[in-house]
Design a protein around this ligand. Structure first.
Ligand code: TRP
Length: 339
């Protein structure tokens, strides 16, 4: 039997997913299930590097899982894994910390940006974020990691750590490769990048009415004062979203030329976008509501994926312990208890 290359990727469970997640990552994850053995990680420990809101964490996980499944992540084929439930991730991260200098971690661009933005003293948890991510990937010996461009420095670190480990202790890990998502980041309703924390996102779980309201309030062409002024299509987030969600390309070309000629108003174009979005999202929204309203089924899916992952994680950690000269013995716990 031909074995499929293994993928690990994941998200921090910061809440419901938006249409940028759908087009940028979830649809491509769903496709990759056909060609790869996939592990999709709910990176709940990573959430704690920037904010702790214990009262929201479990609902955020539930929202994210419902969206993942609705977008086509198939728990029959792929394992959905809860990071905090597999202590081997944290244990391997601790060991990888022994192979990584502080200076190397301080050079990671996401760390530099975040410490500047957060304007506070960074925790060691934030500094070692990419080491935990490295452990997430290497504990499953994944060879392919689908991510957005912002994550490339983390994958680069994972490759370095794999190489250093293999050179120092003997061959255990593949050097994982990033698989860059093709679709560019979507603009949000205010024309900044769509981002949950910016409040400019259209969520998969939004009702059609909410979606329409958000779209009608969108930023468009600021140079256009009257519907008869010639409009700009480029750099206009309404058209950026229409390009993706409007099914009829010929129709869209026609609308663009009318917009450029000042023959169609912003309201009409936004109404068209709202309809395109709602049409596109309708079946997905139906599925996500069903999943969200069955939390015990969601948890069962999460537990069974985590169980599948756990045995692989344990086997890798055993190998690492032995290579590093640590004592790994399944009977060790009992011996310690009996001592
Ligand atoms: N850091 C990733 C993000 O913010 C989430 C993540 C955690 C991840 N562990 C991972 C992605 C391992 C890929 C592989 O999007």
């Amino acid at each position: 039997m031909e074995t499929k290359a293994r993928i690990l990727t994941g998200h921090r469970p910061t809440g419901a997913r938006h249409i940028g997640h759908l087009m940028g990552t979830l649809e491509s994850w769903a496709k990759l299930q056909e060609t790869h053995e996939c592990f999709f990680l709910v990176a709940d420990l990573h959430v704690l590097t920037t904010n702790y809101q214990p009262e929201h964490l479990q609902d955020n996980i539930r929202n994210m899982l419902a969206d993942w499944l609705a977008a086509g992540i198939d728990p029959q084929r792929s394992a959905i894994v809860l990071q905090s439930a597999i202590p081997e991730h944290a244990q391997l991260a601790l060991l990888f910390g022994m192979l990584t200098t502080v200076a190397r971690l301080e050079r990671v661009p996401t760390y530099k940006d975040q410490t500047r933005e957060l304007n506070l003293q960074p925790s060691t948890g934030l500094l070692t974020y990419p080491i935990l991510q490295t452990a997430d990937i290497l504990i499953y010996k994944a060879s392919v990691v689908p991510v957005g461009e912002d994550q490339l420095p983390h994958i680069e670190l994972a490759r370095e750590v794999a190489r250093r480990f293999n050179q120092t202790f003997g061959l255990v890990f593949p050097e994982p490769e990033a698989l860059l998502s093709k679709s560019p980041r979507l603009p949000g309703v205010d024309n900044r990048t769509m981002h949950t924390s910016y409040g400019n996102a259209i969520l998969l779980k939004d009702t059609p009415e909410e979606t329409t309201r958000k779209v009608m309030g969108m930023y468009t062409d600021p140079t256009r004062l009257r519907a008869t002024d010639p409009g700009h299509v480029e750099g206009n987030p309404v058209f950026a979203l229409l390009d993706i969600f409007h099914a009829d390309q010929a129709d869209l070309d026609e609308i663009k030329s009318r917009y450029r000629a000042g023959k169609i108003g912003d309201v009409a174009v936004k109404q068209l976008l709202a309809k395109s979005l709602n049409d596109y999202l309708a079946p997905l929204r139906e599925r996500r509501a069903v999943y969200y309203n069955q939390p015990s089924q969601l948890m069962e899916i999460l537990y069974s994926g985590t169980a599948r992952a756990k045995s692989i994680a344990r086997a890798t950690l055993k190998e690492v312990y032995e290579k590093m000269g640590l004592l790994y013995d399944r009977g060790l716990d009992e011996k310690i208890r009996a001592a």
